[in-house]
Design a protein around this ligand. Structure first.
Ligand SMILES: [Fe+2]
Length: 233
């Protein structure tokens, strides 16, 4: 997208310099109209039209610096995004969708539903990956870890950031992320609730310096469960 936008801007500028200011164009435009192009009530001179077009091209080029052709954010290179499947037993809460690893809890740590609301389902992640093999980039949570926090510099603190996914997932009524659950060593820590008014992203500020593995689990209303693991740094 960046190359297309920059090319568009350069070509438009070259065209403007080499042709728009030439006498030939003046003759050409005089043939079309002697008073400039009229759109609605506003009259645009040809020079203004092409300068505005060049500005649009430059804007597209600038946007292209933020997003590559595939829509991946350039600044997310540190993020770890490979979706994983877990060998552990997984129990899914029928009330809030939370997943517990290893065994069903007495009560759901998110919605407090009793144990009988949990169902063993070891295929939640593999089902999504099989059904939607081309959706990993927009669904697998992207995790990045900072060993120090600029918000909490006076205390031991790690910043764990997550977004869904490398390609930003839509947040609309018809298609959205319902939640992102955060685990350390397969133990649930917290849930980032989501809204269609927000991007599906969050930051957790860790007090604990322990643990060796971080896991993020998200649920899409259309494409099911996706998870990513990252080594604690
Ligand atoms: Fe989705």
């Amino acid at each position: 997208m960046a190359l297309i936008g920059m090319g568009f801007a350069v070509l438009t500028r070259v065209f403007y310099v080499s042709f728009l200011q030439s006498e030939q164009l003046q003759v050409f435009t005089n043939l079309l109209t002697k008073r400039g192009f009229v759109y609605g009530r506003k009259k645009f001179q040809p020079q203004e039209i092409f300068l505005r077009t060049a500005a649009i091209g430059a804007t597209v080029a600038a946007a292209g610096k933020l997003f590559t052709v595939s829509g991946k954010p350039a600044a997310a290179s540190e993020a770890k995004t490979a979706p994983v499947m877990s060998p552990m037993k997984m129990y899914v809460c029928a009330v809030c969708g939370h997943i517990e690893f290893g065994s069903a809890p007495d009560n759901c740590p998110v919605c407090h539903a009793p144990k009988d609301k949990f169902t063993l389902n070891d295929a939640v992640f593999s089902d999504a990956m099989k059904k939607f093999p081309d959706k990993a980039d927009s669904h697998a949570p992207a995790i990045s870890i900072k060993k120090e926090s600029s918000l909490i510099p006076d205390m031991p603190c790690k910043e764990v950031r997550v977004r869904v996914g490398k390609m930003m997932h839509p947040m609309e009524e018809a298609h959205h992320i319902r939640f992102i659950d955060f685990y350390i060593d397969d133990k649930y820590v917290d849930r980032a609730s989501t809204s269609i008014h927000l991007y599906p992203a969050s930051t957790f500020y860790l007090k604990t310096m322990g643990g060796s593995k971080i896991r993020m689990v998200e649920l899409c209303n259309l494409h099911g469960y996706w998870q990513t693991e990252a080594e604690m740094e």
